[in-house]
Design a binder for this molecule. Structure first.
Ligand code: 13P
Length: 334
């Protein structure tokens, strides 16, 4: 399949992406919250529960972002996860960044690492069947941040990653996340809009310079939101309007799709915002979800590490996936 065909399929109407690529420290945190340890077997059982949710996976999910462990893992009965996903016509994706580290010369900002050896890793992932990849950069809002330096360094890394992906026949999902759930978290929505616009402008300039084919990539941005401790919280319509305004100003129409991260919003907020955006006229790209927490929160809690809860958890996952599918069509009603 061409890069453009894969990208189009990932954002086909009524479908979105399941982000199930929590790193070990992150999944350890999620598991600790439901009172279970973090072992390879529990990680396998949890993700198998998601991937075997037939209704969610066949009807509402186009692609699943995996860690390297999951990409190479088998379910409890020996079926490769890759085969399970193929059976539901879900494209496997792979998180290829190696996480965020302190940005040299800056206090509190982050730079994403993982470019060394990436060409070889991508060749291996492509051979295993990965159709797309993800790299997350974090842009921090604080009194002294973001700095131009951190913004440019992160954008440059995203562009090198994206070009390497396309050379390997893998669709890059480019994720510059302006963090909305960090501390102090009291920034205004106006500030988030300003920083998001500058971030996306910087990222697309670097992508252009690197020679990235816009028709063979997807963007995974944050929504424009006030910090969780901000005095004024915007309503759903304002979030949708400001987010789309920002994207229109920065994202070329040649990009086939925009798949949002949920970034600590409640499940319903993430759905409501997505639906409101899709009710706006004349969007030049498909606008859908690439949620981690907002798809998994309820299912994770219900599962709680116990086999007898699998069906309940799968029903909760299918429900969230269905609601977000409706939202991707602008048809969700609260
Ligand atoms: P959340 O939707 O939980 O923010 O996760 C999406 C993701 O993939 C972040 O990299």
């Amino acid at each position: 399949m061409s890069l453009n065909a894969i990208a189009q399929k990932l954002v086909e109407p009524g479908k979105g992406i399941l982000a199930a690529d929590e790193s070990e420290p992150t999944i350890a945190k999620r598991f600790a919250a439901i009172g279970i340890g973090n072992t390879p077997e529990l990680r396998r059982d949890y993700r198998e529960m998601l991937f075997r949710s037939r209704e969610a996976m066949t009807r509402y999910i186009s692609g699943a972002i995996l860690t390297e462990e999951t990409l190479k893992q088998d379910g409890a009965d020996g079926t490769a996860f890759i085969a399970l996903l193929a059976d539901s016509d879900v494209i496997p994706g792979i998180k290829v960044d190696r996480g965020t580290f302190p940005m040299p010369g800056s206090s509190g900002e982050k730079i994403t690492e993982g470019l060394d050896g990436l060409r070889q890793r991508l060749a291996e992932y492509a051979a295993l069947g990965a159709g797309f990849a993800k790299w997350r950069a974090v842009i921090t809002i604080a009194e002294q941040a973001p700095s131009r330096n951190a913004m440019r360094a992160n954008a440059h890394a995203l562009a090198r990653y994206a070009m390497l992906c396309q050379e390997a026949g893998i669709v890059p999902v480019v994720e510059p996340e302006v963090v909305g759930d960090g501390e102090p978290g009291d920034h205004t929505i106006e500030r988030c809009q300003e920083v998001t616009e500058e971030t996306l402008e910087t990222v697309f300039n670097e992508l252009r310079l690197a020679g990235v084919d816009f028709t063979g990539m997807l963007l995974k941005p944050n929504m424009v939101l006030a910090g969780h401790k901000a005095a004024r919280q915007a309503d759903v319509e304002e979030v949708a309007r400001r987010t789309v305004e920002t994207l229109r100003a920065t994202v070329p129409a040649a990009v086939p799709g925009i798949a949002f991260l949920s970034g600590g919003q409640t499940d319903e907020e993430a759905t409501a915002h997505l639906s409101a955006m899709n009710r706006l006229d004349g969007l030049p790209w498909k606008v859908t979800f690439s949620y981690g927490r907002a798809l998994q929160n309820a299912a994770l809690r219900l599962w709680s590490g116990r086999a007898e809860n699998i069906e309940l958890a799968q029903a909760a996952f299918a429900h969230r996936a269905r609601m977000n599918s409706l939202a991707s069509l602008g048809k969700w009603q609260g």
